[in-house]
Design a protein around this ligand. Structure first.
Ligand code: AMP
Length: 178
């Protein structure tokens, strides 16, 4: 395990809790010598986690589509910034570069990225661990819904089991390794 792809919000959400969790995860990655692979932006949760990894002496690779470089304000201080032609190439590169995936609290983009990587796992395109950081119970309803997809026989239990959920960055990292 050498690099972790983190999907997270281009905003920081309400209160300080989500931003704190982004910094906490960034610090934990750097402490464990894990490279961060993410969307390359300097804003929101994305900017906070990248700044924290860099401040702790870790490596960060950002992957951003040309069209979003201005809008999402590409981070200028990354170890490596890859600029892609489009969103599909961005997501493919992020997936290729990572040994595991973590989704933190975020919006529609984060949800799309999480579900894409889950479905790629379901199709056996990869067998890399996938974690959901459920900071402040942000994803409680989603986790309940996912459990319901199994109860209602739309999702196989082993595909639901691909997603490891934990409330803390340290707890999630530890469980992803097992
Ligand atoms: P959000 O969670 O919506 O704040 O977005 C987080 C990241 O997901 C940002 O880097 C967005 O560029 C990205 N994103 C937004 N929409 C999509 C989408 N349809 N597919 C994949 N990524 C997206």
């Amino acid at each position: 395990m050498q690099s972790i792809c983190v999907y997270c919000g281009s905003r920081v959400g309400c209160g300080d809790g989500y931003g704190q969790a982004a910094r906490q995860l960034g610090r934990a990655l750097a402490d464990q010598g894990l490279e961060l692979v993410y969307g390359g932006a300097a804003i929101g949760m994305m900017g906070l986690i990248a700044d924290e990894v860099l401040a702790a002496g870790g490596a960060v690779t950002g992957v951003i589509p040309e069209a979003l470089k201005q809008k999402e304000v590409a981070h200028a201080g990354l170890t490596e910034l890859l600029v892609t032609a489009d969103m599909h190439e961005r997501k493919r590169l992020m997936a290729e570069r990572a040994d595991a995936f973590i989704a933190m609290p975020g919006g529609l983009g984060t949800l799309e990225e999480l579900f894409e990587i889950l479905t790629w796992g379901q199709l056996r395109f990869h067998e890399k661990p996938i974690g959901l950081l459920n900071t402040s119970g942000y994803y409680d309803d989603l986790v309940r819904f996912l459990d319901g997809t199994v109860t209602e026989s739309f999702v196989h239990p082993r595909h639901r089991a691909m997603l490891t959920v934990d409330a803390t960055p340290e707890g999630l990292l530890e469980r992803l390794w097992v």
